[in-house]
Design a protein around this ligand. Structure first.
Ligand SMILES: [Zn+2]
Length: 147
């Protein structure tokens, strides 16, 4: 190994170490297991203790867990639950329509009478589950509201 190669190799290695350290600092390590938070939130339970209820109404989060006192109101789910719900429902509805193309030759009224209730039911059923899961993941990642 020539000295020039050695120094170039050493510089590349130092840059990679800096990038790894920087990405670790920026991304952060999850504070808690992500799957645990996701599962607890999807069940509508406090992601911190898994016992207390997460919602007091359809989508209204109880800010302070009645069991453990954890501040669940600090996690900004924002627009991600509707986004993921639409993504899931879209795949559940569009894929069968593409796979079974005879559905598309049905009269529009019949198609809408079947598809619209299915889409509405799936969306309204999945939305609180997905919102809970998002809050659970945010709990695991430790994302406060004002960062
Ligand atoms: Zn709790």
């Amino acid at each position: 190994m020539t000295p020039a190669t050695f120094w170039r190799w050493r510089r590349v290695r130092r840059d990679l170490a800096r990038r790894a350290a920087l990405s670790g600092r920026l991304m952060g390590k999850p504070r808690h297991p992500v799957l645990v938070g996701l599962e607890r939130g999807a069940r509508g339970r406090c992601p911190h203790c898994g016992q207390g209820r997460l919602f007091r109404a359809y989508l209204k989060i109880i800010p302070i867990c009645p069991v453990c006192g954890h501040d669940n109101g600090q996690y900004p789910a924002a627009d991600s639950p509707p986004y993921f719900t639409i993504l899931i429902v879209g795949h559940l509805v569009v894929v069968p329509m593409l796979a079974f193309r005879f559905i598309l030759i049905w009269p529009a009224g019949v198609l809408l009478a079947i598809v619209l209730p299915v889409v509405a039911t799936l969306t309204l059923t999945l939305l609180p589950i997905v919102k809970g899961a998002v809050v659970g993941v945010l709990w695991a990642l430790g994302r406060p509201t004002d960062s």
